[in-house]
Design a protein around this ligand. Sequence first.
Ligand code: AMP
Length: 198
Amino acid sequence: MAGAGKSLQGARIVLLGPPGAGKGTQGQVLCQRLGVPAISTGDMLREAVADGSELGNKVQGIMASGALVDDATMADVVRDRLAKPDAGRGYLLDGYPRTLPQAETLAGILRDAGQELDAVLLVDVPEDELVRRALLRGRADDKEEVIRERLRVYREKTAPLIGYYRERGLLREIDGNRPIEEVTAQMAGLFGTGPEGD
Ligand code: AMP
């Protein structure tokens, strides 16, 4: 098991899973316990849109349609973010990588830094439940057709990462279709941070 018997101070973890599986919420809890920043590319892009920056203007329409921002743009975003001092002590990546080329970009960033990933956590939830949750959440980009499109893109572009990381021995599967405390407990158990705490 990843991290068993090993300190995960400085852990580098990727959260993988369909849109709406609760990766963000789960990630917040886990990174507090591990003492590493949560890095969400979706949040970064939404901030860019809110700021009206050049990046924001470029990605706004793409995000609204449920499509993915191109890999080259995302490589710049992630490379810059992972170079910030707080990422030096590890991180939990939420929403990146989302395509095989992005996984290769991340592998290159890690290789250049002489680092490795500790684990890739797959948080899985059945599709109907994802649509129900997304509609409840009611964000501007959460219209049903956009949700379905995001799920289609996930199956086509992102789901292949499951096999990619499984082959590399990094994949850990979490059943996300349970009460949040149980999901959190399972995640914490993977990293030996224990069920206690906040
Ligand atoms: P999220 O909050 O992670 O679901 O991201 C919201 C939207 O931002 C996605 O539907 C994409 O349009 C865009 N996005 C976020 N991360 C990525 C990424 N790694 N690659 C491409 N597009 C992304």
